[in-house]
Design a protein. Structure first.
Length: 461
């Protein structure tokens, strides 16, 4: 009999699938321990920069790289040394509900000076991230996030595997967080709080080591509050998309990758010696995001990128229960009134008095807005209609969903995602098997939109 560990490193997808679902199996895996402490800390975004006062995990921007292996248990002792309550959310992880980090829904917020132990099995390998989930529009904007990489095998995380975590900060002339615009109703009702300063892995235009030749994987992650960014390499060289939102996909070629807030895309670059720079090209002024410099390989060189199949198959849409979600509100929208706390009021009044202006199905969202009660094992099709004038990065906690779209070109493509960018006016279908019990948040990851009402709960029991 082969052991679980050996079975995983052979990576046969059928075997993996049969091993994954139960918690009991995962508990047999190794426990990977970390300690994360949230506190005010200073950080320099570039060499001659002034020290910026941020809120960080372990005084680092981004927070420390948490890396673990599929099948292990992640055990994080979290300490809150901020002056306000906070939580940690493990974005994209098919988590245990009580470890999902949504204050007031899955746990009480961790008060200043208190700690909380997050402990959960890592069922899937992929590119994830963690971030604060209390007043995220402020806490994430101040720096409370970091990368979480779960590898398929013990051989991963070598110098062929590069994390590229991007963020869009709003800084003032002194390189400090522009705090007076936090909470701006104008931003909340429009495209969210856009920054003016781009970083990769916590630095402006960093130089990142890459191997001299051979393949390299870039794990692109966006921690931006609201900005949608697009990246390309020097000379618009082709890149192969091999995973989105952590989930492996049949590889396809692109020359640009668009990342909405919270999205991840893993790209394979076949020949590292052609990779000199990464540019952000969503505005009229392309920005150099990072420069790559060759460095002799250190560590293991044993990374294989072959597609071994999806995490789980696309369920049969014909058997799905349909749940309609009509997204409304925001500036220049057609929503004139909505239900807030059960009372119908004009949107103008709710906006000025309560700071809320987005709705699902005519109701301003909150952790109390139940979008659907779903039975464990049901196939669900969320039919989502973005009936607003803005784009939204819709995120479902606790499970990925299948969505077929033309986001990567003209041919419709079905991808497993946890965050999908909806264009203004777009209708989309999110298909998933509800096999993870608990209260799961569904919200816009433009963090100002979520704070202003674009969120609700799908309960699975
Ligand atoms: Cu990145 Cu509600 O999450
Ligand atoms: Cu939004």
């Amino acid at each position: 009999m082969i052991t679980r560990r050996e079975a995983l490193s052979f990576g046969t997808s059928g075997l993996l699938l049969s091993l994954m679902p139960t918690l009991g199996k995962s508990e047999e895996g190794h426990v990977r321990q970390y300690r994360l402490e949230a506190s005010p800390a200073q950080h320099r975004f570039y060499e001659k920069a002034k020290a910026s006062d941020l809120w960080l995990y372990n005084a680092q921007s981004p927070g420390p790289l948490i890396s673990a292996q599929q099948g292990e248990v992640l055990d994080v002792l979290f300490v809150n040394n901020l002056s306000e309550p906070t939580t940690l959310h493990w974005h994209g992880i098919r988590n245990l509900n009580e470890m999902d980090g949504v204050p007031g829904l899955t746990q009480d917020a961790v008060e200043p000076g208190e700690s909380f132990r997050y402990r959960f099995p890592l069922k899937d390998a992929g590119t994830f991230w963690y971030h604060a989930h209390n007043k995220a529009w402020s806490q994430v904007a101040r720096g409370l996030y970091g990368p979480l990489i779960v590898s398929e095998s013990a051989h991963a995380n070598t110098s062929r595997d590069i994390v590229v975590l991007v963020d869009d900060w709003r800084l003032d002339e002194d390189d400090q967080i522009h705090t007076t615009s936090l909470g701006s109703l104008h931003d909340w009702s429009h495209g969210g709080r856009l920054g003016n300063f781009l970083t990769v892995n916590g630095h402006a235009e960093p130089v990142i080591d890459r191997p001299e030749q051979g393949p390299v994987r870039l794990r692109l992650i966006s921690a931006a509050n609201a900005r949608i960014m697009t990246f390309e390499t020097n000379d618009q060289r082709p890149m192969q998309v091999i995973a989105v939102d952590g989930a492996p996909c049949a590889p396809f070629e692109v020359t640009q990758v668009t990342l909405a807030p919270a999205q991840r895309v893993d790209v394979l670059i076949k020949e590292a010696d052609a990779l000199d720079a990464l540019f952000e090209v969503s505005t009229a002024d392309p920005l150099r995001a990072a420069t790559f410099a060759p460095k002799p390989l250190g560590g293991s060189d044993d990374l294989t990128f072959g597609f071994k199949g999806s995490w789980y198959p696309q369920p049969d849409a014909k058997q799905a229960r349909q749940i309609d979600i009509h997204m409304q509100g925001g500036a220049m929208g057609n929503l004139t009134s909505a239900k807030f706390d059960g009372v119908e009021r004009s949107l103008r009044e709710i906006a000025t008095q309560e700071g809320k202006l987005w709705a699902f199905n005519g109701e301003i969202g909150s952790y109390d807005l139940n979008l659907a009660e779903v039975s464990l094992g049901e196939i669900i099709k969320l039919t989502v209609w973005n009936d607003t004038r803005w784009r939204h990065a819709m995120h479902l906690h606790g499970q990925h969903f299948w969505v077929t779209s033309t986001e990567f070109g003209t041919e419709p493509r079905a991808l497993l995602r946890d965050t999908y960018l909806m264009q203004a006016g777009e209708r989309a279908e999110f298909l998933f098997l509800a096999d993870n019990p608990g209260e799961w948040l569904f919200h816009c990851h433009m963090l100002e939109h979520h704070a202003a009402g674009m969120g609700g709960v799908i309960s699975v029991s």
